[in-house]
Design a protein around this ligand. Structure first.
Ligand code: NAD
Ligand code: UGA
Length: 458
């Protein structure tokens, strides 16, 4: 039996470890966190994150070979392999503020591992980190006078929220980076063996440490870049009567381009794309590559433009004022099937409309609690309403901001009847049947397609 510890019981620690534990009944897994409320929630029937399929796996493994604890020191002492999946946000202070990675949580963990270890260990970077962070980790850990040796591996996580369990069960690839030394190779092989319990060998790839660290930033940058590219096209489509879905379909059939991640939207959100691209851009600046830094930063700037363009289009279309108008925001989560609202475009649009003094009602099946928290003081000016029918009742407009499947099933005739006329619908996800909505009577504004309106323009 190997004792496997994960430090950080957030989205990544909390969704990866149960899946790994379910495939490795011979090993013992513990997930620790300093956040007591979070650990208590992981130990309860009300898990702290909403992720399809996760409840069942936690129920199957918890108390058998998976445990949650706040006793970080004790669990470090007992562990053979330690995954570190603490958060790595963007610095808000000092050098690199607003762009560089804040590595304080990461470094504290390294020091805590060192302090509490009495045996040599494998330490695995699961968090997303700037290239060459493993070097700093190695230096801290191997500076001990206890005669212990630590092998540091990079094993970035590629799962997406909302499909975390599926992504873990059937990953496109697992990447493990390590040193070329004897013990480095042995450590890599040990981790390969863990994944090989359910992942086909050909999908477990190994590389040097720096390639592995950089591949994670590169993957997120490429994914986000596709969204910014199609969103840039959507702006042009709206000016030219081209249809962005038709353009995406036509270009996506080219195998070299591929069809995924070409859905134009109100913008990409989530805790990682923006931060990882800014970290990448900062890293490029650090290495004296300003042109490369600017190139990647543009992906984030285009996303901010798209979010603001959407909000501004709402105001312009509604006769240049939304002050005092009730607007129902359908969706708070940054994407469907998660309760995560970090960097959600829904919150950005909400902030912009509050600035215009609109009366905002926000609805979402799972993310209202997090939205309230993330909006901070502004939450006092927002009504949170779980029922979409109640949210739309008496509203001048609806804005669809998260692609929840249930929004396609609503009775829009009933919703239309309950709204102030002319009734507006802005579809920030191109989720709904626009022609049908137009026929019901809505003035419909999709992304990257001609608007369908009953308003006379003379
Ligand atoms: P998170 O904020 O949800 O969770 C991090 C957890 O670490 C928190 O609960 C925090 O209390 C805990 N923590 C911090 N310092 C600690 C310490 N010293 N000891 C014990 N616990 C400590 O973050 P997340 O979304 O899980 O992301 C973690 C990392 O994984 C980030 O680097 C992120 O970029 C990366 N990542 C995230 C996703 C995702 O979908 N969220 C996907 C891939 C990679
Ligand atoms: C993303 C990556 O997909 C994961 O591989 C990565 O591990 C993770 O970031 C991370 O490092 O945190 P995630 O942010 O959870 O995962 O979700 P995505 O499915 O990538 O969606 C991100 C955002 O882009 C969402 O707001 C989504 O609605 C938007 N999006 C996605 C679009 O607007 N259009 C698309 O075509 C696809």
């Amino acid at each position: 039996m190997t004792n496997i510890l994960c430090i950080g019981a957030g989205y990544v620690g909390g969704s990866t470890m149960p899946v790994i534990a379910s495939h490795c009944p011979e090993h013992r897994f513990v997930v620790v966190d300093i956040n007591e409320a979070r650990i208590a929630a992981w130990q309860s029937d009300n898990l702290p994150i909403y992720e399809p399929g996760l409840d069942e796996i936690v129920r199957k493994t918890r108390g058998k070979n998976l445990f949650f604890s706040t006793d970080v020191d004790q669990q470090i002492a007992e562990a053979d392999i330690i995954f570190v999946s603490v958060h790595t946000p963007t610095k808000t202070f000092g050098q690199g503020a607003g762009k560089a990675a804040d590595l304080q949580y990461w470094e504290k963990t390294a020091r805590q591992i060192l302090e509490n270890s009495t045996t040599s260990k494998i330490v695995v970077e699961k968090s997303t980190l700037p290239v060459r962070t493993a070097e700093a980790m190695e230096r801290i850990l191997n500076s001990n006078g206890k005669g212990l040796h630590f092998d540091v591996l990079s094993n970035p996580e590629f799962l997406a929220e909302g499909t975390a369990v599926r992504d873990m069960q059937n990953p496109d690839r697992v990447l493990i980076g390590g040193r070329e030394t004897g013990s480095g190779k042995k450590a890599v092989e040990t981790l390969v063996e863990v994944y090989a319990n359910w992942v086909p060998r050909e999908r477990i790839i190994t590389s040097n440490l720096w390639s592995s660290e950089l591949s994670k930033l590169a993957a997120n940058a490429f994914l986000a870049q596709r969204i910014s590219s199609i969103n840039a096209m959507s702006a042009l489509c709206e000016k030219t009567e081209a249809d962005v879905s038709e353009v995406a379909h036509a270009i996506g059939l080219d195998n070299r381009i591929g069809k995924y991640f070409l859905r134009a939207s109100v913008g990409f959100g989530g805790s990682c794309f923006k931060k990882d691209i800014l970290h990448l851009s900062y890293l490029c600046e650090h290495y004296g590559l300003p042109e490369v830094a600017n190139y990647w930063e543009q992906v984030v700037l285009m996303n901010e433009y798209q979010e603001m363009r959407f909000a501004s289009n709402m105001v312009t279309s509604m006769f240049n004022t939304v002050a005092g108008k009730k607007i129902a925001l359908f969706g708070a989560a940054f994407k469907a099937n998660t309760n995560d609202t970090r960097e959600s475009p829904a919150l950005e649009v909400c902030r912009a409309l509050l600035e215009e003094r609109a009366n905002i009602v926000m609805t979402d099946p799972h993310a209202l609690e997090n939205a309230r928290y993330d909006l901070g003081e502004l939450a006092e000016r927002v009504t949170f309403e779980p029922d979409p029918y109640a949210a739309a009742n008496g509203a001048h407009a609806i804005a669809v901001l998260t692609e929840w499947a249930q929004y396609t099933q609503l009775d829009y005739e009933k919703i239309y009847a309950s709204m102030v006329k002319p009734a507006f619908l802005f579809d920030g996800r191109n989720l709904l049947d626009h022609k049908k909505l137009f026929e019901i009577g809505f003035n419909v504004y999709p992304i990257g397609k001609p608007a369908l309106t009953h308003l006379r323009t003379e």
